[in-house]
Design a protein around this ligand. Structure first.
Ligand code: KG4
Ligand code: ZN
Length: 335
């Protein structure tokens, strides 16, 4: 078989993204039309606004992805599209475009789980990972926080997950309580760089012997803290203390997961994987434990279509394409 150009489409939340990836490894284009500014004035993603913007962005983004890749529609061999989990109206815009293109171009379409896409951002970054199974992935996004054991393509076991807020959600809600604009995660990260994390200590929920997480208590404690402190402590110090509380638990649980499973190849994925404090703490931990660590570049950590195209490519190696009647799902676990 020759090369396979997969067109990836991602519209599960507030980024309209289209990418062309060759053989699941080489990115020819990865266009991301972010709606963050549009939603910032509401302090979060407004689903109906997101759907409408996806409809507007869809065709121009597909066109730009093809232009950047120097390819035409006739050069695309398959389409991979996120159909779950996410905002239903938003997902539907990408899925409709994918089905229409697959029908007209008479090429296979494959539907991809968004979380699986995040996992494959690591394999896209480091294709040799497919020879390193089993691997552990810390998936930390706005909607999910999980430690996943991957034994092979499409073979996942969830070792731990959040019982309430996702790590990204904790960052965003905490940021809002600190008076920072949406999306809060990157803003906390920026402030924390100049702060001392030892000035304020926020609680860490360890949940005993499990690999599960809980971040809702942290939200309460930052609310209480900011009300009492009334601006006395410097913002960078508050941000650094808050970020450390999230980062420490994530790194600890991933280390314990590695110890318990004996798996020595670790990956991170999802928007929070872009956090500089988390990356630094993970590097230090992996160095001291002699573990291999893969961190995707920033644009592959946050939502993008290249990871969807890569996941779709590997799915097509092992499965038949999907028929045009597949659905969209708001909730869907990875396995
Ligand atoms: O993976 P993603 O782009 O979308 C979902 O699938 O949810 O993740 C978005 C989340 C948001 O909560 C955002 O605040 C967080 O990732 N995030 C960060 C950083 N960049 C994005 N959190 C902490 N530090 C960052 N640098
Ligand atoms: Zn995501």
């Amino acid at each position: 078989m020759g090369v396979m150009n997969v067109l990836g489409i991602e519209t599960s939340c507030d980024e309209t993204s289209v990418a062309v990836v060759v053989d699941g490894t080489k990115i020819l284009s990865n266009i991301i039309a972010s709606q963050a500014d549009l939603h910032a004035k509401y302090g979060g993603v407004v689903p109906e606004v997101a759907s409408r913007k996806h409809v507007e962005n869809m065709i121009p983004t597909i066109q730009e992805a093809l232009n950047t890749a120097h390819l035409g529609y006739g050069d695309i061999h398959a389409i991979a599209v996120t159909n779950r989990p996410g905002l239903l109206g938003a997902l539907l815009t990408g899925v409709s475009a994918a089905k229409a293109l697959a029908y007209v171009l008479k090429i296979p379409v494959i539907c991809v789980n968004h979380l699986e896409g995040h996992v494959y951002s690591n394999i896209l970054t480091e294709p040799s990972l497919v020879e390193a199974f089993p691997i552990l992935i810390l998936l930390v996004s706005g909607g999910h926080t999980q430690i996943i054991q991957m034994d092979g393509h499409g073979q996942y076991t969830i070792l731990g997950k959040t019982r309430d807020d996702a790590a990204g959600e904790a960052f965003d809600k905490g940021a809002r309580l600190m008076g920072l604009p949406y999306p809060g995660g990157p803003n906390v990260d920026k402030l924390a760089v100049g702060g001392n994390s030892k000035i304020v200590r926020f609680p860490r929920a360890n949940l005993g012997d499990t690999l599960d997480f809980s971040f809702s208590g942290l939200k309460t404690s930052i609310r209480t803290f900011t009300a009492k402190d009334a601006g006395m402590t410097s913002m960078p110090d508050v941000a650094a203390g808050f970020q450390a509380a999230i980062v420490e638990v994530l790194v600890d649980k991933l280390r314990i997961a590695s110890e318990r499973t004996g798996i020595s190849t670790l990956c991170i994925a999802g928007g929070v994987a872009a956090n500089s404090g988390l990356q630094k703490a993970l590097r230090t931990m992996c160095e001291s434990q002699g573990l291999r660590l893969v961190i995707p570049p920033m644009e592959l950590c946050t939502d993008n279509a290249a990871m969807i195209a890569a996941a779709g490519y590997y799915q097509l190696q092992n499965n038949l394409p999907d028929t045009l009647d597949f659905d969209t799902l708001a909730n869907s676990p990875i396995s």
